[in-house]
Design a binder for this molecule. Structure first.
Ligand SMILES: [Zn+2]
Ligand SMILES: [Zn+2]
Length: 212
């Protein structure tokens, strides 16, 4: 069974989630934006062996710690979709612009496509490509745990910004309605910022997507 724990990191309070399979205690870090000592301390305390880094997209608050973590623990970097390459290239400059600690570029070990799966111990995550906030944004879905790690696609009561270069509002709405909603109304999602919610609740009350 898949378990997870979410730790808000960086000045942007980005929800970094540590996922693990309780059969093997193999773990993954989703979006290591920073504050690596806190992430590593949690994994150690729980007896989790970190095996991979998963990225939803390559904004600085989600991946500034990726190069350091990958190097320190020799972890593969899985995702996002290659449409986010230009955000990886821009990392050193965006880190400066937003007052982050220095962030280094990295090379994903594996780019992800819509429909791919990622194996974590005995658990399988389904990958959906959900562009709109960034062109290469992906979402990780665990049908078994009824959870979706959606990065900055959808928030409780809001949606991701589309005013950055490469963002597109209509594309984002299509990603939400065509790729998230089919996971089911009772799916609990973990957004990149703020509290969890369910797709069903957002379909009723989120002003950007209510009634879709
Ligand atoms: Zn973002
Ligand atoms: Zn974010």
């Amino acid at each position: 069974m898949l378990h997870y724990h979410t730790i808000p990191v960086t000045p942007f309070q980005q929800n970094c989630s540590i996922l693990w399979c309780d059969q093997t205690m193999e773990g993954a870090v989703v979006d290591p934006g920073g504050d690596l000592p806190r992430l590593l301390a949690f994994a150690e305390k729980q007896g989790i062996t970190l095996k991979q880094i998963l990225l939803t997209h390559c904004h600085v608050d989600h991946c500034a710690g990726t190069a350091d973590l990958a190097e320190q623990l020799q972890l593969p970097i899985i995702g996002p979709h290659e449409g986010d390459q230009y955000w990886i290239d821009a990392l050193p400059q965006t880190a400066i612009n937003y007052g982050f600690p220095p962030a280094r570029v990295f090379t994903p070990t594996r780019w992800l496509q819509d429909g791919d799966t990622v194996q974590l111990g005995q658990s399988t995550l389904q990958v959906r490509h959900c562009p709109g906030h960034t062109p290469g944004h992906v979402v990780f879905h665990s049908a078994e745990a009824n959870r979706a790690f959606v990065g900055d696609v959808l928030f409780a009561g809001s949606i991701g910004r589309t005013d950055f270069p490469g963002g597109d509002y209509d594309t984002l709405i299509a990603s939400i309605t065509q790729r998230l909603w089919p996971m089911g109304n009772d799916t609990v999602f973990i957004p990149g910022h703020g509290p969890e919610s369910t797709f069903g609740r957002e379909r009723v009350s989120n002003p950007f997507v209510a009634g879709t």
